[in-house]
Design a protein around this ligand. Structure first.
Ligand SMILES: Nc1ncnc2c1ncn2[C@@H]1O[C@H](COP(=O)(O)OP(=O)(O)OP(=O)(O)O)[C@@H](O)[C@H]1O
Ligand SMILES: [Mg+2]
Length: 205
């Protein structure tokens, strides 16, 4: 069996940056690595982008025009495909799988939208637990600065409040899911990367 590593954190926390660095780190060591993400690039992922994320401003804040429950179900459907078609086969083949977001995102974000946490956990029970979940934690003020270029216009305050709630939710999830390890993502890219490598090395020994 391979190893399954997940990156989580609020928008702009540095997930994509660190996923790529860790992928390189593994490749240099000769590991077979699969880098993946949620929502995926499958038809389900595309549907999510169309109905939820590309709803523009409303998408980020309210999940666009579909109900919160429908949104949660779409994410779960996309994840079911992801787990069964990609993650499980790759792990079985002994590969390292690194995913940019996983079911913890559904819990943190959809809980912030007001859905019941227990229902969300039940809904995602099929999703195999990773060996390690790296939670990139940093103040929302800093993450918003990093993604300053993204077009959120006059919705800044509402997005700020939602991101704050999501950050708090992630930190609460640590108590429930011991595989989540918190990394201080406020540091520079290289420092964050070396903290991650330390966690990963412990996992490999
Ligand atoms: N440690 C860091 N210090 C300063 N800037 C950073 C750091 N890590 C990443 N960045 C920059 O912050 C921005 C957001 O980073 P990145 O895209 O990796 O975040 P993300 O968590 O993947 O965001 P999203 O959830 O929106 O996909 C990028 O411009 C990136 O270069
Ligand atoms: Mg990203």
């Amino acid at each position: 069996m391979g190893k399954f590593i997940v990156f989580e954190g609020i928008d702009g926390a540095g997930k994509s940056t660190q996923v790529n660095l860790l992928g390189e780190w593994f490749r240099e060591k000769g590991y077979d690595v699969v880098i993946t993400k949620e929502p995926t690039d499958t038809a389900f992922g595309k549907l999510i982008r169309k109905l939820v994320l590309t709803g523009g401003k409303e998408g980020i804040i309210d999940g666009a025009r579909i109900s919160h429950e429908a949104e949660a179900l779409l994410f779960a459907a996309d994840r079911a495909e992801h787990v069964n078609k990609l993650i499980k086969p790759a792990l079985k083949a002994g590969k390292i799988v690194i995913s940019d977001r996983y079911f913890y995102s559904s819990l943190a974000y959809q809980w912030a939208r007001g859905l019941d946490l227990e229902w969300l956990i039940d809904l995602n029970r099929f999703a195999i637990r990773p060996n390690l979940v790296i939670l990139l934690d940093l103040p929302v003020k800093e993450s918003m600065k990093r993604i300053n270029g993204r077009d959120i216009g006059n919705e800044f305050d509402r997005i700020f409040e939602l991101q704050k709630k999501v950050r708090e939710n992630y930190l609460k999830l640590v108590e429930r899911f011991p595989e989540i390890k918190i990394i201080n993502a406020f540091e520079d890219v290289e420092t964050v990367h070396s903290q991650i490598v330390a966690l990963v090395e412990a996992l490999l020994t």
